[in-house]
Design a protein around this ligand. Structure first.
Ligand code: ADP
Length: 169
């Protein structure tokens, strides 16, 4: 007997809604703030089309810096890294979007700014690993973890940008 072909139902709005919306924690480090690069860095994520859901200028206490970088605790540069992060105010940001974690890492560029491609934030704006101006979460799990670490619940804002239909079909 002939088997009937399975009906194919194409519902693009459903497909789109199944795409995972991620969150990432982006931070302008103290050198970026001191060098007046805050607007430039925010602008790159804004122009790409991601959604800002949290933003603040913040003097980071030592215990928070150590918790944030706990995976690097054994590294020789760890004490220097902590001193750097608490050396002045940082700008904390939460960004949301489909594929935002990986895309933000691409926009930021390699850890060593001399190896970062021109066009990336570090490639364009920095020269040394120890002064690489910006942080971005390395996985969706860490994105969630870091946003929860740096922001209190009331500091995050859920909103619908009106440009959405012009960014995603
Ligand atoms: P990324 O920030 O690109 O995810 P890592 O997670 O490896 O990079 O390191 C976290 C941060 O620690 C770096 O952005 C940099 O500020 C600092 N760092 C990493 N390696 C070194 C190093 N060899 N010397 C000084 N600082 C370093």
């Amino acid at each position: 007997a002939k088997t009937l072909a399975k009906p194919r139902i194409f519902l693009p709005h459903l497909v789109a809604s199944l795409e995972q919306v991620d969150e990432t924690y982006i931070m302008v480090k103290p050198d970026g703030v001191q060098r007046g690069l805050v607007g430039e860095i925010i602008s790159r994520f804004e122009k790409k089309g991601f959604k800002l859901t949290g933003l603040k200028l913040f003097q980071c206490p030592q215990d928070l810096a150590e918790e944030h970088y706990k995976d690097l605790k054994g590294k020789s540069f760890f004490p220097k890294l902590i001193d750097y992060i608490i050396s002045g105010p940082v700008v904390c940001m939460a960004w949301e979007g489909v594929g935002v974690v990986a895309a933000a890492r691409k926009l930021i560029g390699s850890t060593n700014p001399l190896q970062a491609e021109p066009g990336t934030i570090r490639g364009d704006l920095a020269v040394q690993t120890g002064r690489n101006v910006v942080h971005g979460s390395d996985s969706p799990e860490n994105g969630k973890r870091e946003i929860a670490l740096w922001f209190k619940e009331g500091e995050l804002c859920q909103w619908t940008p009106t440009q959405e239909p012009w960014l995603r079909e």
